[in-house]
Design a protein around this ligand. Structure first.
Ligand code: NAD
Length: 505
């Protein structure tokens, strides 16, 4: 049991984790994140959140706005601690941590706070003559108690960004950080109860078993970010309660380079998008398809760019992340051992630091590097002569989370956009499209179901309730539907039931 010991009039110190929780009431004892992970009180936590939801406390705009502002203060006031934790877990450079975690989360929060009022407004729909005196609108209503399961590669971003949508939509939320990014997990578990209502929001820490135990409970929605294999277990668990699920998964994101290309700029943008976070990004370009001519120009450009970005010895560069765990380091170095491709640059690794050099490999279509998502700093380049064949190559695989095309020619960009399908699309750059809260972020097919970011997150965690408020008027017209039926009544009814009639009015 998590024992809280009173230290002074201001706070309690938890003997399980040694953290002093200032300003907390002894009630915190029940919601303690580590306890959530170690003990079987998950249903207690969910019941408490459900009671709060049923009390209606999360419904008002003021409450949602206050919680979102508190969450923003949490990130702003603890930026240093967040950067430290990200550095501990992934050796994440401060620059990358601020750009891709802290600032993206703050932007998402500010966007939601600024737009909350308009998102919550009823949406009026067009009417027929027979319903012309009625109020007909869509109400966005919260779903209830929702679960968000995060992963480790952007441990703050991928947990808090969906939470923003869930809070904005008026839900109570349980978040489950990834145990792999342990330092961020611990920090989030410590901070959330200090800043947000403990009656409405809870953190449950722990590993696979805790995640499975949590999933035995009924939630009103589950958003899962992670691998396709685990997604299958999530779906099985959700099916027991018929809980709707949003899946944010991965896959192999292609980058097609065809037609004339500004090769130096292309190399810089490709290297940045691929080796940011050491390639551990779900939207990192996984592989490149290009013609032989482009490949011959691209290789020296990639080598020069890598040297420019990370120096002669990338291991000494402070700007390169490390691989998150020994398991993933072994998986990636095994791939490098087994590839039949030619390593153009990189290939070095160091288990002590979980380091793998940014690596570019010239491979054939059926190489081991082309089988599964790489999720690390290895970039295979496949030579496919024509754009049409490259499009066929992509279309014969599962639909990716992101698809990139690099070309000076807008006809090439247009053709690729129209002839392929993917969660997101970006021309002449990588990953940038996911930084805009106006664009939905999510996969299609096996790369994911549903989307979030900005309004899309609010929609994901809302029920769109179709409402019609009727009075007693127009009874003559409405009465046309009552028996005894007749042809004249039917033709009047058909005429009055068309939406075109209303547009004319
Ligand atoms: P993972 O799927 O193993 O773990 C993610 C979460 O699931 C963790 O919180 C973990 O505790 C939990 N979990 C693990 N096994 C479970 C089980 N059997 N039942 C219930 N919960 C379980 O994480 P991973 O595979 O290392 O993540 C990498 C994958 O995530 C890649 O494929 C990547 O592309 C994808 N990803 C997708 C996005 C996106 O936004 N679409 C973002 C980041 C990563």
């Amino acid at each position: 049991m998590c024992v809280l010991q009173c230290t002074d009039s201001l706070g309690f110190i938890c003997q399980a984790c040694g953290v002093q929780h200032q300003h907390l009431q002894p009630a915190f004892h029940q919601t303690h994140p580590l306890q959530g992970g170690r003990m079987d009180n998950k249903s207690e936590i969910i019941n408490r959140l459900r009671r709060s939801f049923q009390s209606g406390i999360t419904i008002s705009e003021e409450f949602r706005r206050e919680q979102l502002s508190n969450l923003r203060s949490m990130i702003q006031e603890n930026e240093e601690k967040i950067l430290e934790a990200l550095n501990k877990d992934l050796c994440k450079p401060k620059f990358e941590a601020i750009l891709a975690e802290v600032d993206l989360v703050i932007n998402e929060l500010s966007y939601a706070i600024d737009n909350l009022q308009s998102w919550m407004q009823p949406e009026y729909v067009s009417k027929t003559l027979a319903t012309s005196f009625d109020d007909c609108f869509v109400r966005r209503e919260p779903l209830g108690v929702v679960l968000i399961i995060g992963t480790w590669n952007y441990p703050l971003l991928l947990l808090i960004t969906p939470m923003v949508g869930a809070i904005a939509a008026g839900n109570c939320v349980v978040i489950k950080p990834s145990e792999v990014s342990a330092a961020v997990d611990l920090l989030i578990a410590e901070l959330i109860p200090k800043y947000l209502s403990q009656d409405c929001y809870a953190v449950v820490s722990g590993g696979e078993d805790d995640s499975k135990a949590l999933l035995q409970n009924r939630f009103d929605h589950i958003l899962y970010t992670g691998s396709q294999d685990v997604a299958r277990s999530i779906l099985q668990a959700a099916s027991v309660h018929l809980t709707p699920v949003t899946l944010e998964l991965g896959g192999k994101c292609p980058c097609l380079i065809y037609g004339t290309v500004a090769i130096e700029i292309a190399a810089r943008r490709l290297v940045w998008a691929k080796f940011f976070n050491a390639g551990q990004s779900c939207v990192a370009p996984d592989y490149v398809l290009c013609s032989k001519e482009t490949r011959d120009a691209l290789f020296p450009a990639l080598c020069a760019t890598l040297k420019e970005f990370y120096g002669k010895d990338p291991q000494a560069s402070p700007d390169l992340c490390r691989i998150v765990s020994q398991r993933h380091w072994v998986r990636l170095t095994e791939l490098l051992k087994k590839t039949n491709g030619t390593i153009i640059v990189g290939g070095e690794s160091d288990p002590k630091e979980k380091y793998i050099a940014p690596t570019v490999v010239d491979v054939a279509e059926d190489d081991i590097l082309m089988k599964k998502e790489i999720f690390g700093p290895i970039l295979p380049i496949v030579t496919v002569e024509s754009l049409e064949k490259a499009i066929d190559f992509v279309n014969n695989k599962e639909k990716p989370l992101a698809l990139y095309v690099f070309s000076n020619e807008s006809s090439v960009v247009d053709t690729v956009m129209k002839k392929t399908s993917s969660g997101g699309f970006c021309s002449n750059d990588g990953m940038i499209h996911m930084t805009l809260p106006g664009l939905p972020f999510g996969g299609v097919g096996s790369s994911g179901w549903g989307s979030y970011h900005g309004r899309w997150g609010f929609e994901t965690f809302s029920h769109r309730r179709g409402c019609m408020l009727r009075g007693w008027g127009l009874e003559k017209l409405n009465g046309l539907r009552y028996p005894p039926y007749g042809d004249t009544r039917l033709s009047w009814l058909r005429w009055s039931a068309t939406t075109k009639m209303c547009l004319l009015m």
